[in-house]
Ligand binder design. Structure first.
Ligand SMILES: Nc1ncnc2c1ncn2[C@@H]1O[C@H](COP(=O)(O)OP(=O)(O)OP(=O)(O)O)[C@@H](O)[C@H]1O
Ligand SMILES: [Mg+2]
Length: 257
């Protein structure tokens, strides 16, 4: 089946958490959009509302104000073509790697042969095939992250929401996984919104990079990055320049508050 990645549009989105009558403003008038297909990065300091934004895009929280559209529709929690990788991976501890990865397929009641083929493909792609019989407690943090990514990819989503997906990986493994993600996304049938604290990761992968201010999160600046993901880009002067600009934007955003 061929489909194109989902387009996302966020218009003057605000969000408040309410706890025991106390309101916490997490997002203030956030606006940006991304076309279908490709990797887009959201970067901002801890507590600026990045995870909250992903929960809203996944339909798990409703906007307090403003509008969010995925392929022109407000996101519903049951939207099957959206996959969310949570910051704590969300793996089920009582299921093996294999069972965690095929969970989404099994829920959809796909024929057993299809489940097997899709599970095998994605486990091999993510270098997890040898680990398929282990339980999450028997894995390193980085391996758990890979299982969460494999599970999210197994259902062939058109929108993948990733919350700090590579944060437990050492620098070189992290770069290898950035390349795996880039290769998976090439071809345009998947839109990835990648939340990260990591400037180099945003600069390498994000075709568009949305920089947030600290809490409450507003969009401080949006960078276009047409070179994103090109082989060798990490070693170019343009890449280092962009990293410096992103660092400056994060610092200025912080000073504005
Ligand atoms: N359930 C909640 N009730 C009240 N406030 C909350 C709740 N969840 C998050 N917050 C607050 O909302 C703000 C945004 O939180 P969020 O988790 O979206 O930030 P984040 O950018 O993902 O941070 P990090 O980079 O540390 O993961 C923070 O100030 C946080 O303290
Ligand atoms: Mg978060």
């Amino acid at each position: 089946m061929s489909r194109s990645g989902a387009a996302v549009s966020v218009h003057r989105l605000s969000f408040f958490y309410t706890n025991n009558g106390r309101r916490v403003e997490a997002l203030r008038e956030v606006s940006f959009s991304v076309p279908g297909g490709g990797i887009y990065a959201v970067i901002g300091p801890s507590g600026c509302g990045k995870s909250t934004l992903l929960y809203i895009l996944a339909g798990l929280l409703a906007p307090s104000a403003g509008e969010v559209l995925v392929n022109g529709e407000p996101p519903l929690p049951g939207r099957r073509a959206t996959s969310l990788i949570l910051q704590d991976y969300g793996l089920l501890p009582w299921k093996t790697v294999w069972d965690n990865v095929v969970l989404g397929l099994a829920i959809r009641r796909l024929p057993a042969g299809e489940v097997r083929a899709a599970g095998e493909k994605v486990l091999k792609e993510m270098g997890l095939w040898e680990l398929r019989k282990r339980y999450p407690a028997e894995l390193s943090g980085g391996q758990r992250q890979r299982v969460a990514i494999a599970r999210a990819l197994a259902t062939e989503p058109d929108l993948l929401l990733m919350d700090e997906p590579f944060s437990s990986l050492d620098a070189l493994t992290r770069e290898a996984f950035q390349d795996i993600l880039r290769n998976i996304v090439q071809g345009g049938s998947l839109t990835v919104l990648l939340v990260t604290h990591n400037i180099e990761e945003a600069a390498y992968l994000g075709r568009r990079i949305i920089v947030f201010t600290p809490h409450p999160g507003c969009v401080y600046k949006i960078f276009e990055n047409p070179q994103a993901g090109l082989p060798g880009y990490r070693k170019t002067a343009g890449f280092f320049r962009l990293c410096t600009e992103l660092r400056g934007a994060l610092e200025h955003g912080r000073d504005q508050i």
